[in-house]
Design a protein around this ligand. Structure first.
Ligand SMILES: NC(=O)C1=CN([C@@H]2O[C@H](COP(=O)(O)OP(=O)(O)OC[C@H]3O[C@@H](n4cnc5c(N)ncnc54)[C@H](O)[C@@H]3O)[C@@H](O)[C@H]2O)C=CC1
Ligand SMILES: O=C(O)C1=N[C@H](C(=O)O)C[C@H](O)C1
Length: 270
């Protein structure tokens, strides 16, 4: 019997999902069990004995898909963005009732995007001002992007830990949206433009200097090494893992308890 990982793709006819289907088919250690689109029955996941479902669907679909998967002991690798705190709590409840099952939610599978978040976190305490600008194709459902929200949250956490003061902003009158969305005190601006794929700039400023971190995803193939890494790692990482960095930077992963197959099942990176 084959010991390849049995993987299904949800959202298989979409921009990301169609790339994921090709990537799974090309991976020697994986077998594609199902390529499901909107309206297809999730029962196919159980009838094909799927081990890992990759979700690249829509903010309105992803929680229902995961509730089914986790309820049937199928691990999830999730690229779908647009999560709220309330939806994450519902997923946590579901996972608590299925202790052997793992879900990775990665707002971005691109190595450069993960590094952007990491470097921004490191730079955050050294500058008085910071703003995030994300730029995407006009078909995107959620704004700001999941990556931009996560980047801003990580920056805000780092600034809080370092005891930074709120950043200066004398704006007293503004049109709606002119100063972007306020994510944990960090302004985040979203551009939607034909011709773009996925791009982000983090701008730091202080007296006499500006420091910019920029990342550009030129095509969706760039996300696939991260998706496949997520599939390979989630089968031995029970619980909720927030962010691909927990699988990329192995030196930071919590030690597995003696006798266990992998991570501890405690939440990583919430
Ligand atoms: N984490 C990452 O690195 C990345 C994440 N994304 C996210 O992935 C998601 C999908 O993005 P795109 O591929 O550009 O969107 P898309 O609109 O091209 O594809 C989504 C597909 O999912 C289908 N779908 C919707 N509900 C479904 C359901 N319940 N079951 C099965 N299929 C369903 C749609 O019909 C569509 O074909 C978005 O949330 C986007 O933000 C996109 C790029 C990279
Ligand atoms: O919708 C997209 O395209 C992307 N979505 C993700 C996000 O919201 O951060 C990742 C990447 O930016 C592409």
């Amino acid at each position: 019997m084959s010991n390849r990982i049995r993987v299904a793709v949800l959202g298989a006819r979409g921009r990301m999902g169609s790339e994921a289907v090709k990537a799974v088919e090309a991976a020697a250690d994986m077998e594609l069990t199902a390529a499901l689109g909107r309206g297809d029955s999730l029962d196919t996941l159980t009838s094909t004995d799927t081990q890992v479902a990759i979700d690249l669907t829509h903010p309105d679909s992803v929680l229902k898909n995961l509730e089914f998967c986790v309820g049937h002991g199928i691990h999830g690798v999730v690229g779908t963005t647009g999560w709220s705190g309330e939806r994450l709590d519902r997923l946590r409840d579901k996972l608590a009732a299925s202790p052997g099952t793992g879900v990775l939610i990665a707002p971005n599978f691109g190595i450069g995007a993960v590094l952007t978040m990491r470097f921004a976190q490191q730079a955050a305490r050294f500058f008085e001002s910071v703003e995030v600008v994300e730029l995407h194709h006009p078909h995107k459902a959620d704004a700001p992007s999941g990556t931009a929200v996560r980047t801003a949250q990580l920056i805000a956490e780092a600034r809080r830990s370092a005891g930074c003061a709120p950043q200066p902003d004398a704006t007293s009158t503004a049109l709606d949206g002119a100063r972007g969305a306020d994510v944990d005190g960090v302004p985040v601006h979203a551009v939607r433009l034909r011709g773009l794929v996925a791009h982000q700039e983090v701008l730091f400023g202080d007296e006499g200097e500006v420091f910019t971190i920029r990342h550009d995803s030129m095509n969706r193939g760039s996300f696939m090494p991260g998706v496949l890494l997520g599939v390979r790692r989630i089968i031995s990482a029970p619980g909720l893992t927030m962010g691909l960095e927990h699988f990329l930077f192995d030196d930071e992963a919590p030690a597995a308890p003696a006798g266990s197959a992998g991570a501890s099942g405690a939440e990583q990176g919430s």
